[in-house]
Design a protein around this ligand. Structure first.
Ligand code: FE2
Ligand code: FE2
Length: 193
């Protein structure tokens, strides 16, 4: 799915279904980070007008997702907990190539974002199919569709800005690396990744 090289262990969705408060908390912060990342793309690369125009509405959308997750917590009398260290994102971050041209470094950041969207989308799909709570199933189905759109947006922008051949090769490297990270991460039901 979405080019990912290692499907999520099917046991994950069961574990997640048993720790709703924790998974919703972790999910809320994923949306917060998606918002912050989108804002920093605009702050750091304002000369890429087309990118700015396409990413700007995404900021609002991701923050809207954060608010939707908060609503789901409130409805269930659950609390937003503290943010925890995100081992998945930290591991991906170490793979990020620094240096190169502006276009290369922007394309690299877009691939990083595309990858996180792809994995989130895959996991939301699992939740939409497996979680017991009917409302949460449809909640995750809607989010899955939305994150799939973001994945495509980031990947398309990376190709346009970074150039087809170079980006294709680098995307393949990212996918291989991400599968390796997934393999090594502990399977936990209280984390989206
Ligand atoms: Fe989102
Ligand atoms: Fe997203």
């Amino acid at each position: 799915m979405l080019g990912l090289k290692l499907p999520t262990d099917p046991r994950w969705a069961d574990l997640a279904g048993k720790s709703i408060e924790d998974i919703l908390t972790d999910h809320a912060y994923c949306e917060q980070k998606a918002t912050s990342t989108a804002i920093s793309l605009i702050q750091n690369y304002p000369e890429y007008e087309d990118m700015v125009n396409q990413v700007s509405p995404l900021v609002k959308e991701e923050w809207g997702h954060f608010e939707l997750v908060l609503q789901q917590l409130k409805k269930r009398n659950l609390k937003l907990g503290k943010q925890r260290k995100d081992h998945y994102v930290s591991a991906l971050y170490t793979f990020m190539r620094n240096g190169g041209s502006r276009a290369e470094s922007l394309a690299e950041k877009l691939l990083f974002s595309a990858l996180i969207e792809a994995r989130s989308c895959e996991r939301f799909k699992l939740l939409s199919k497996n979680i017991e709570d009917e409302e949460l199933r449809s909640f995750y189905k809607n989010l899955m569709v939305s994150e799939a759109g973001h994945y495509k947006l980031f990947l398309d922008l990376a190709y346009t800005i970074g150039g087809k051949d170079r980006t294709e090769k680098r995307w393949e490297e990212w996918l291989t690396y991400e599968a390796d990270v997934m393999k090594q991460l502990e399977l936990r039901g209280d984390r989206v990744h």
